[in-house]
Design a protein around this ligand. Sequence first.
Ligand code: ADP
Length: 154
Amino acid sequence: YQGRPARALVAEELKKIKVGDVKGLPKVIRYDASVYDAIVTLFLEDVGTLMVVDSEGHLEGVVSRKDLLKAAIGGTANLQTMPVSVVMTRMPNIICTTPEESVLTAAQKIIEHEVDALPVVRPVAGKEKKLEVIGRITKTTITRLFVELGTADR
Ligand code: ADP
């Protein structure tokens, strides 16, 4: 490494850290839950984004604060009966990551696509196109890692 610029060293170390090393628990809601339930779940789980899954836990979509606010300020919708699947962003338009991907790549996806959270997924054996949600990476995950790296004991 002698003579390498410090930033290249940092980049090299960063690329070794995988999503699987830092991912958080998935926060999910079923596609047939109501918008009202999704709002309550946001508060109870203290998150800004929920992964929407089918009865087998396969990813159907993502619902964020703004999706829910949009439904709420519309005024005409009955939030108790409107299913969350109506307001979510749906597959295949979901930006995902995998445990093997580097955290740097995941962070780049968050910036590029202007989202707060990525579901961490793995393929489902025997079910093409189905993805199992096994975790999540958020801006908070990245910020926490940044602080850990910045305060690590030498
Ligand atoms: P918020 O609404 O709380 O600001 P985001 O900025 O993450 O949260 O969400 C903006 C939009 O992008 C919403 O419509 C949401 O459904 C969608 N979205 C959020 N995360 C993803 C993702 N990983 N892939 C695709 N779309 C997403």
